[in-house]
Design a protein around this ligand. Structure first.
Ligand SMILES: NC(=O)C1=CN([C@@H]2O[C@H](COP(=O)(O)OP(=O)(O)OC[C@H]3O[C@@H](n4cnc5c(N)ncnc54)[C@H](O)[C@@H]3O)[C@@H](O)[C@H]2O)C=CC1
Ligand SMILES: O=C(O)C1=N[C@H](C(=O)O)C[C@H](O)C1
Length: 271
């Protein structure tokens, strides 16, 4: 019988990193072969189980990805944009799938993933949950059915530690709305209202951002017309759902050709 796919978790000590490690350990379809943290982090060199406050697992935390990646069939990466770009090159060398949950990447940074995707599959999504990915398809459908008499607004709320805005999910939802309407999001995006902004521009897609407490992730797309409003909403109450999607992507990617994919591909939702 062939061995279970070996998984490396990047950003091991983070909110998602720890959730992902627990999820891999609970899975009977994959095995944890390594953990990564940034250079200088106090987890580097330690057993990851002990660093998490539990029993030793015989799996160590590295700051250099080369050694753990040599044993990996996939790396699951919820870190930060520049860390993700650097890791893409090493995943490509190892011919391992790179599952990217990191958000806040600029268009230039996303373009820098392309060389790696010629050697191994990359699955990247601003939100790995089934619910949000289904919601993008509903948003696209509603946006296609309504004209610009309906103003589209995306509202998101997250915990006070989050460093990027609008969230990756809000941008996915904005992209879905723009696609449904047949416009380029970059041309209609309005994400910075403050002061005397002037009246809302017809056709714009607006973004509002809330940061507070321990909110896991809430997203609402509002279609506001004259005398009526439609709202489509998703609420995440447990980070486990993002981890579940990421593990599913890691398994799905095992027999895929090099290239760039997203969770619509993984979940078979592309419409
Ligand atoms: N796509 C999705 O479904 C989801 C995406 N995210 C995104 O995942 C990212 C991480 O989120 P959190 O876990 O909440 O943040 P966090 O700040 O708790 O964790 C990030 C971890 O990455 C580590 N890191 C930074 N540079 C590194 C490097 N070069 N090598 C290895 N590790 C490095 C940090 O030390 C930290 O432990 C964010 O971009 C967030 O928006 C979060 C939840 C769901
Ligand atoms: O940083 C987070 O926590 C989350 N980030 C993702 C995003 O930017 O949309 C996904 C989820 O909402 C949680």
């Amino acid at each position: 019988m062939s061995e279970l796919p070996g998984i490396v978790i990047a950003g091991a000590s983070g909110r998602m990193g720890q959730m992902l490690i627990r999820s891999v350990l609970e899975s009977d379809r994959m095995r944890l072969v390594g953990a990564l943290e940034r250079e200088g982090h106090d987890w580097v060199g330690r057993d990851v189980g002990e660093a998490m406050g539990g029993v030793a697992l015989g799996v160590h935390v590295f700051d250099d990805p080369l050694e753990p990646m040599a044993k990996a069939q996939a790396v699951i990466d919820f870190t930060a944009p520049e860390a993700t770009i650097a890791l893409s090159g090493i995943a490509a060398q190892a011919r391992a799938a790179h599952i990217i949950g990191t958000t806040g990447m600029s268009d230039d940074q996303i373009a820098r993933l392309e060389p790696a995707s010629r050697h191994s599959p990359i699955v990247r999504a601003g939100n790995m949950s089934l619910g949000v990915n289904l919601l993008t398809q509903l948003v696209k459908q509603v946006a296609a059915a309504l004209d610009e008499d309906f103003d589209i607004e995306v509202v998101e709320a997250h915990h006070h530690h989050k460093v990027d805005a609008p969230s990756g999910t809000a941008l996915m939802l904005g992209e879905a709305a723009a696609e449904g309407r047949g416009v380029d999001l970059a041309q209609v995006r309005d994400a910075a209202r403050d002061g005397i902004t002037g009246a809302r521009k017809r056709g714009d897609i607006g973004f509002s951002v809330i940061r507070g407490g321990d909110i896991v992730g809430e997203h609402e797309v509002l279609f506001a017309g004259a005398g009526e409003r439609i709202t489509l909403k998703h609420m995440a109450t447990d980070r486990a759902l993002f981890a579940k999607g990421a593990l599913r992507a890691a398994l799905w990617a095992q027999d895929k050709a090099p290239g760039q994919y997203d969770m619509l591909d993984v979940l078979g939702l592309r419409g």
